[in-house]
Design a protein around this ligand. Sequence first.
Ligand code: TZP
Ligand code: MG
Length: 214
Amino acid sequence: MKKVNYSLMYVTDERITDHTQFLNVLESSLKGGASIVQLREKKLNTKQFYLRAIAVKKLCAKYNTPLIINDRIDIALAIDAYGVHIGQKDMPVCIARTLLGKNKIIGWSVSNEEQAVEANNLAVNYIGLSPIFKTETKIRDLDTPLGVEGLKKIKKLSNKFIICIGGIDKSNTAKLIQNGSDGVAIVSAISQANNPEQATQQLKEIICQTGTKQ
Ligand code: TZP
Ligand code: MG
């Protein structure tokens, strides 16, 4: 598998219901330098999700940016996405790996140290520390924010790439990278910005200046 740059993941915003606007914001994030995209859709039916995934994949391909799919292994396979992001209540990782084969990325949401230790022995490519800070974007099913202290503890015991998610913006990105996060995953600080391309660019600059190991 090619080396993946996890440093800046744009996670799409399902609140943008207008398809054209959705694609415009996505393209801005790609122009701004998102290194990987996660398509996250909780409200679309299967056909709508599939059709959107096709459109998103086409746009990502234009910028040579890998696309992963949240939750839906079937859709990732159907469109030959780069991989999936799954959570604790989704398909067990070992089954997901069997279905996807060894060449796809699997990201797994982790909310505590116990899950991070478990991930060390699972066939996941990265763990998504969630939530790292308080966020208004995802309000259901969310654990207590881990904070920078939580990241530091998990960094010491994890052998996986770590991507933080939840409440991340320009003000706190550097602190996460400095404390061991290999990347950040972001919804609102990009999608709800007045200028999503510029916001992405600024986040990218902060990450580059702070320095990742990749
Ligand atoms: N998983 C944990 S927090 C979150 C997800 C999908 C939402 C992150 O959104 P934002 O706007 O970047 O805080
Ligand atoms: Mg999920």
